[in-house]
Design a protein. Structure first.
Length: 282
């Protein structure tokens, strides 16, 4: 495994890879690896000749009061995890390598970037789509692997790839959870002991809501009211949103049918957790 920090060095390596007609699986990350990241690497390793993982804490997707400076950075530990998963290349650029002083271009996917998390994080997804478009151009992958936990991000990136004709397939991998159901996230480490004990109620609420839907309650207002009440009664978290949406368009639905999703975001003091659950009603 090699850790490469410059775009030019990576491009030289890619030229050799492409000359051998080897397929490339790419996993974009901000580091601080957990089992969710490792599952993406494992999928990429199974499907491709070469696996590239990027580690870049992207400044353009953080708001002015968010945790950019505090976001966990542990490159040496991450390298050990990646090596164990048989990753071939870690791309670990600096902010100056990615965003030159004269950088003026940003990518914006309209409409679906303004709902859900986009309401409380207004410039977040523009930062995400900009960095992902740059990383696709830099790493030239055949397949890119994303996690279902960041469901809105995954839909936005899939839309961007389709609209801009990027020559890369997108594979969305299932959420990886702790034993108590909490979706794995680098931000879980910020939780106090009390909040860590409360946070699994998010997934418990989603699971129970799915049961109610499959049992015949397809009224989204009723379901969301129950989810919100259950979270409030079982935690000190402050709800940012709970939404029942079409899983492909992210648009809200009043009567649950087709491929649907319940998505939520809840803040435990300064730590904002997101989660979702998918289901399909014919």
């Amino acid at each position: 495994m090699r850790t490469i920090k410059s775009i030019n060095s990576l491009k030289r390596e890619l030229k050799i890879i492409k000359s051998k007609n080897q397929t490339i699986g790419f996993v974009p990350t901000m580091g601080a690896f957990h089992k969710g990241h490792l599952s993406l690497m494992r999928n990429a390793r199974r499907d491709n000749d070469i696996v590239i993982v990027s580690i870049f804490v992207n400044p353009t997707q953080f708001g002015p009061k968010e945790d950019f400076e505090k976001y966990p950075r542990q490159i040496k530990i991450d390298e050990l995890f990646a090596k164990k998963e048989k990753v071939d290349i870690i791309f670990y650029p600096s902010a100056k390598e990615i965003y030159k002083d004269c950088h003026l271009t940003y990518v914006n996917v309209t409409n679906i970037s303004k709902v859900l998390c986009g309401r409380s994080r207004p410039n977040h997804f523009e930062g995400v789509t900009t960095i992902v478009s740059k990383l696709i151009n830099i790493t030239e992958p055949d397949v890119m692997y994303l996690g279902q936990k960041d469901a809105q991000q995954a839909v936005i990136i899939k839309t961007m790839v389709k609209d801009l004709n990027f020559n890369v397939a997108i594979k969305i991998c299932p959420i990886v959870r702790e034993k108590d159901g909490l979706a794995m996230s680098s931000r879980n480490s910020y939780l106090s002991q009390k909040h860590r004990q409360e946070a699994p109620c998010l997934y418990k609420s989603l699971k129970e809501a799915k049961k109610m839907i499959l049992a015949g309650n397809t009224n989204s207002k009723s379901i969301l009211s129950w989810v919100a009440s259950n979270i409030k009664n079982n935690s000190s978290g402050i709800i940012d949103y709970t939404e029942c949406i079409n899983a492909d368009t992210l648009m809200p639905i009043s009567r649950i049918k087709g491929r649907a999703m319940i998505a939520l975001a809840v803040k435990f003091r300064k730590t904002r957790l997101i989660d979702n659950i998918l289901f399909h009603l014919k």
